[in-house]
Design a protein around this ligand. Structure first.
Ligand code: GAR
Length: 205
């Protein structure tokens, strides 16, 4: 089904994994010429792990605190990725900061999807419903999706693509989340494909 040289991708999750599902579906639809070879979860009970199991994708629950030092944790994760010959990493609702060594090793090959128009509503603690609540509380007229490269700082790396969505006057955070999520699912596989195909101008600042 996959060509021998399809890019090997690991997807990192912490929850439902609907973006993981969108990436899996993207590979099946031929939008994403990659093979998802590993799903890493920061939580044992993440529903995304079930999605992975259904597709026979290997999984790894990674809890940095289980290791004696952050360095050891980073090494264990890097070993796991190397074992699966992972070339690219897509964060899909992954809520932990990545080990520094991993960011270094995979520089410019890690993407994240964020449910707002970065640099607005980014940073530590700004995820999921907190983002949508803040957008509504501030009376913003639009929000959206950002896919960006990952560096050492939360939600900070170069933005590769954004899609805008309107905020309706009577939106609840859940309404807005659903509208944004729909666009996330359309966007993520396409951006990852472009990254893999070298379509972005990326400099090593
Ligand atoms: C998505 O909306 C994603 O953008 C967001 O978490 C949700 C995960 O949903 N990520 C962040 O807020 C990262 N800062 P999913 O598990 O169904 O893909």
């Amino acid at each position: 089904m996959f060509s021998e040289n399809a890019a090997r991708v690991a997807v990192f999750i912490s929850g439902s994994g609907s973006n993981l599902q969108a990436l899996i579906d993207g590979t099946k639809a031929g939008i994403l010429s990659a093979k998802i070879v590993l799903v890493v979860s920061s939580r044992r009970d993440a529903y995304g792990l079930e999605r992975a199991a259904k597709e026979n994708i290997d999984t790894f629950v990674f809890k940095a605190k289980k290791y004696a030092t952050p360095e050891e944790a980073g090494e264990a994760l890097l070993d796991k990725l190397a074992e699966h010959k992972v070339e690219y990493i897509a964060l899909a609702g992954y809520l932990k900061l990545l080990p520094a060594e991993l960011v270094k090793t995979y520089r410019n090959r890690i993407v994240n999807i964020h449910p707002a128009l970065l640099p607005k509503y980014g940073g530590k603690g700004m995820y999921g419903h907190f983002v949508h609540e803040a957008v509504i509380a501030n009376g913003d007229k639009e929000s959206g999706v950002s896919v960006h490269l990952v560096d050492e700082i939360y939600d900070h790396g170069k933005v590769l693509e954004q899609v805008r969505v309107p905020v309706m006057p009577d939106d609840s955070p859940d309404d807005l989340a659903a509208r944004v999520l729909k666009q996330e699912h359309k966007l993520y596989a396409r951006v990852l494909e472009k990254l893999i195909k070298g379509k972005y101008h990326i400099t090593n600042e």
